[in-house]
Design a protein around this ligand. Structure first.
Ligand SMILES: [Zn+2]
Length: 269
């Protein structure tokens, strides 16, 4: 019975979301190519700093995933920023990703912590599941900190709670790059962690300092649902709650999509 309901909802969803399809393509940067061949005028720079000791396997897994080069290519073909943002993987003691002074810092330690966590928590069925989950979570952290950075270099004022604004941009970027699985995995891992954690975990430092709450996780999931785009959209048939009216999520996604497009203006290629 529930399968039938999900199927009916899935058939209905595009009708709801397509009502305002004129705005859904405003922030449309699919199929754009970056034609520049040199590095002189790039908006983003990716750096893997030399890994030390226990960070070496993390360095190899992160770089070996090739996900981050693909992400930079997508960003590069989307934005033309007035100053370059460097994304740096780094061997530092801190677990917490951060943005400061034009640099996104992702500690190898963040990756290590969450790889250990998903292994200990029994997440996933195979080692590959666990590794790809942590790579996804690392991409989410990168998107989040990068969103802080993009907003700063474009001198965009916050109208609303900073972390909620950043979450919206994070989901918009991930869904537009057809990696809906990135925010979905992040919420899944943070929810799992919330069930088993004490108050000294990385998520308390990364997620907690940004006042994470169940509301914020729900908002992220709602936006991903509302995106209704990309090859991963069928994921919603699995993660959604049967009977939930998706229309507000579609409208919210459209609203955020349109607003960011207007705010970014000429910074979009
Ligand atoms: Zn933040």
């Amino acid at each position: 019975m529930s399968v039938i309901i999900v199927f009916i909802l899935y058939l209905f969803l595009p009708v709801i979301c397509d009502q305002d399809s004129n705005t859904s393509k405003i922030f449309d940067f699919e199929h754009k190519q970056d034609e520049r061949s040199d590095n002189s005028n790039r908006s983003f720079k990716l750096v893997y700093e030399k890994a030390i000791g226990n960070d070496i396997p993390a360095y190899e897994m992160i770089k070996g995933s090739k996900k981050f080069e693909a992400l930079i290519r997508n960003l590069e073909s989307t934005f033309q920023l007035p100053s370059q943002i460097t994304i740096k993987f780094k061997s530092i003691e801190s677990l917490s990703p951060m943005y400061e002074n034009g640099q996104v810092i992702i500690p190898y330690n963040f990756f290590n912590y969450y790889l250990n966590f998903v292994i200990a928590s029994g997440y996933g069925k195979t080692g590959a599941d666990k590794l790809s989950a942590v790579v996804n979570l690392t991409q989410f952290a990168l998107f989040h900190e990068l969103s802080h950075g993009i907003i700063e270099v474009l001198d965009i004022p916050f109208l609303g709670k900073e972390e909620h604004v950043v979450d919206g941009l994070t989901v918009l970027l991930a869904t537009r790059f057809d990696i809906d699985v990135v925010p979905l995995t992040a919420v899944e891992i943070f929810e799992l962690e919330a069930k088993v954690s004490d108050n000294t975990t990385a998520s308390q430092m990364f997620w907690g300092k940004h006042s994470i709450s169940k509301d914020r996780m729900d908002d992220i999931l709602c936006l991903v649902q509302g995106s209704n785009e990309g090859p991963n959209k069928n994921l919603f048939a699995d993660v959604n709650a049967v009977g939930v009216d998706k229309s507000p999520c579609c409208k919210e996604y459209e609203r955020i999509n349109e607003n960011w497009s207007r705010v970014f203006g000429s910074a979009l290629k």
